[in-house]
Design a protein around this ligand. Structure first.
Ligand SMILES: [Ca+2]
Length: 113
């Protein structure tokens, strides 16, 4: 009985982690299809860290990820928050995405013109 419970808890944990990783990959695909960030941009290098606090996508969301948290995985969700400045660094999310910088990290921002 105890082994069964442990097995069930392990399975549930695996399913939850896999589900989270798959969700992150879906978001990434929609984002990349919509904005087509350059392959050498910070956005591409950041991968999951575009929306998460680490590069594995397992930890909690960053400020940009939180804006998208309750939304559907579709292009309109990104578009709906383009004019906002999630990390409050003075550049809108869209300006950062166009520049290839991270809209959820105030240390990453477009070079001044
Ligand atoms: Ca910003």
């Amino acid at each position: 009985m105890r082994k069964l419970r442990l097995a069930l808890i392990t399975m549930l944990t695996v399913v939850l982690i896999a589900g989270t990783a798959l969700a992150t990959l879906k978001w990434q695909k929609v984002f990349n299809d919509l904005y087509k960030p350059a392959t050498d941009s910070e956005i591409r290098k950041a991968k999951c860290a575009l929306c998460h606090l680490d590069d594995k996508g397992k930890k909690s969301l960053n400020v940009y990820g939180k804006l998208l948290q309750k939304k559907k995985v579709e292009p309109g969700s990104f578009k709906a928050v383009e004019k906002l400045d999630a990390d409050k660094d003075g550049y809108s999310n869209l300006d950062e995405i166009k520049a290839g910088t991270l809209p959820g990290d105030p240390k990453s921002k477009p070079a001044k013109k």
